[in-house]
Design a protein around this ligand. Sequence first.
Ligand code: IMP
Ligand code: MG
Length: 179
Amino acid sequence: MQSDIERVLITKEEIENKIKELGKTISKDYENRNLLLVSILKSSVVFLADLIREISIPLSIDFICASSYGNDTVSSGRIKILKDLDINVKAYDILIVEDILDSGKTLSYIIEMLKLRNPNSIKVCTLLNKSKENELKIKCDYIGFTIPNEFVVGYGLDYKEKYRNLAYIGVLKPQIYKE
Ligand code: IMP
Ligand code: MG
């Protein structure tokens, strides 16, 4: 698995430190609010699991499973909701927890869908933001790292369902997905 990685982009320690920072900021910003973290399955679960343990105020979590990529490295633009939320979001301040913002198609679809359910507020926290501007100009309220426009894996992110269990974020060798 490690031999498929061209280089480490963000180390385990860098991720840990960044999540501590994000957790502190979110705890402060959402004090006395009704915080609901909505994680977009599956890639953002590792980030969610670490992030909630750095947030010191009461919170709830729920999950949406959306698929846009299939097994390719380029967004198909087609978004399918495979699993919806269980919680009625009306009384909640939603913070969407995303692993990576690329074209923004997935997020923008989910934001529009959640807006229709009249929550108190909706904000977005993404661990990674690809540096090319997302086509849909989605505003991210919390960003972990801005990264080059390369395909990355690890820390929840996959290629064909593999590499999610790497503790760091790495760039996959191009020959792996050109094979
Ligand atoms: P978007 O709709 O193009 O913004 O793509 C969003 C989803 O595609 C993310 O939530 C990821 O699951 C996946 N994705 C985008 N870029 C990468 C990448 O570099 N590595 C792994 N998954 C990615
Ligand atoms: Mg994914």
